[in-house]
Design a protein around this ligand. Structure first.
Ligand code: BGC
Length: 483
């Protein structure tokens, strides 16, 4: 019976026996353990974004975005691909809504491509562009799925980049507000929740600071901080524009990849240090949005490179939001307390720290407990959505045509357990959007990194549910982790 066991696992079994337990008994015990339940009205969902799935880049009057130009620039995308075709979701959206429905989730977060709606960023709208989202929203609602729309998931109209330098100019902030007003007037009869911008912490730094993402610029720090300020201004202006043009009661907020700070060991001092670190390291976007000002620490650190702003702008940026969306993947910083200012110490990561199938995706399930708990406390937030969480896996097709993505299931089980812990303790997480519904164009990694619950064959466009889709469907159906 033990022929296949290594010496080590055999020793483990022997140890359990000595404690009067067998593996069978401990399994039985966990079967009778109370399941970790979520509140009745908890929102389970999944998420995608326009450029990553739509394809149809030259159809129905769509203008070019900075990602069209960037992905077509040789050397920018690891596997040399583009989003020209992607998942052909523009034409297959009905089938894809069926995939969402099959998961049993009641919510779907998608993004609207600004250059479909305003091909030049400003000026003449293209009604055919918005029609696609009208059709999508109607299809979702007909299937009992609540649409959550994001206005900006990185596909800036190229003309705005060419004309005014994109986010380097506050003209882009104003153009974004006009676009937000236009969309809000036409969709908020059916779309009740709008995310303004997605992951400022990534697209500003990667796109304008480090030349990794579109538009591929390497600006000096002062200009980078100014660009981020323009995005914050765009967010504030959009919140106001949506309230002015949308249906009363429309909920608005951003979706941010918060710089997630986790106490390395959860002592009172380290937790306090993680709170200080979270506030200071997110001061450039979440902080200014939620406090209406940049922290003294942020301004002192930036010095002569600090963004230029007016009191009026800060007022606009600080317009109260209805919720905060947090995209949570890897713990960004483990911290401990420090006697020296600013009061925290960032620890180095050992190279042996476990990761998923993406270099950056370190596995630290407790981050989805700490980041929302700390954010809710320091900014007094009463509604948080986990606007993204998920993982890449190898996702090979097995001989029987199935995908046994056990590592993704492991990742999700652990993260969801930690999220339940937060909810049970009263952290105001109201919903969760798993990234992603299906494999898609993973930005600079092209189609080489897979994040979907459904595997996509990008030749045939066939979608196959992975084992993790069954796992997630089960969690959603029982509204609980564990049995
Ligand atoms: C982004 C997604 C991306 C995902 C996985 C987030 O940074 O919002 O567009 O695909 O993480 O990398």
């Amino acid at each position: 019976m033990f022929a296949n066991l290594s010496r080590r696992s055999f020793a483990g079994l022997a140890g359990l026996a000595a404690l009067g337990m067998t593996t069978r008994a401990s399994a039985a015990e966990s079967d009778t353990h109370a399941p970790a339940r979520f509140p009745k009205d908890f929102v389970w969902g999944t998420a995608t974004s326009s450029y990553q799935i739509e394809g149809a880049v030259n159809e129905d009057g769509r203008g070019k975005s900075i990602w069209d130009v960037f992905s077509h620039t040789p050397g920018k995308i690891e596997d040399g691909t583009t989003g020209d075709r992607a998942n052909e979701h523009y034409h297959r959206y009905k089938e894809d809504v069926g995939l969402i429905k099959a998961l049993g989730v009641k919510a779907y977060r998608f993004s609207i491509a600004w250059p479909r709606v305003f091909p030049d960023g400003t000026g003449q709208p293209n009604p055919q562009g918005l029609d696609f989202y009208n059709r999508l929203v109607d299809e979702l609602l007909a299937n009992g799925i609540e649409p959550y729309a994001t206005l900006y998931h990185w596909d800036l109209p190229q003309t705005l980049q060419d004309r005014v330098g994109g986010w380097q100019s506050s003209d882009t902030s104003k153009a974004f507000a006009d676009y937000a007003a236009y969309v809000a007037a036409r969709l908020t009869d059916r779309v009740k929740t709008i995310f303004t911008v997605n992951e400022v912490g990534r697209f500003v730094n990667f796109g304008y600071g480090w030349a990794i993402d579109a538009p591929g610029l390497k600006l000096p720090t002062a200009q980078l901080n100014q660009a981020r300020h323009h995005v914050a201004l765009a967010h504030g202006l959009a919140v106001q524009a949506i309230r002015a043009s949308g249906r009363a009661g429309t909920k608005v907020g951003a979706a941010e990849n918060i710089a997630a700070c986790v106490p390395a060991i959860a002592t009172a001092e380290n937790i306090r240090a993680a709170e200080i670190a979270t506030r200071e390291l997110n001061a450039g976007f979440l902080g200014v949005v939620l406090e209406g000002k940049y922290t003294d620490g942020f301004l002192a650190y930036a010095g002569a490179d600090a963004p230029k702003f007016t009191t009026d702008e800060l007022k606009i940026i600080g317009t109260p939001n209805d919720f905060v969306g947090l995209n949570i993947y890897a713990p960004q910083f483990y911290v401990t307390a420090s006697d020296r200012a600013p009061g925290f110490h960032v620890l180095p990561f050992p190279t042996s720290f476990p990761r998923m199938n993406s270099e950056w995706l370190r596995i630290g399930p407790e981050v989805i407990y700490w980041a929302p708990r700390i954010a809710a406390k320091i900014w007094n937030i009463d509604t948080i959505y986990i606007s993204e969480n998920g993982a890449s896996s190898e996702d090979k097709l097995a001989a029987d045509g199935q995908v046994y993505d056990l590592d993704r299931i492991m990742f999700l089980r652990n993260y969801l357990t930690q999220m339940q812990r937060a909810v049970a303790e009263g952290v105001p997480i109201r919903g969760y959007f798993l990234w992603s519904l299906m494999d898609n164009f993973e930005w600079i990694f092209g189609y080489g990194k897979r994040f979907g619950l459904y595997r996509v064959d990008f030749e045939t466009q066939a979608r196959v549910p992975k084992l993790s889709a069954a796992f997630y469907r089960d969690v959603v159906a029982r509204n609980a982790i564990g049995v």
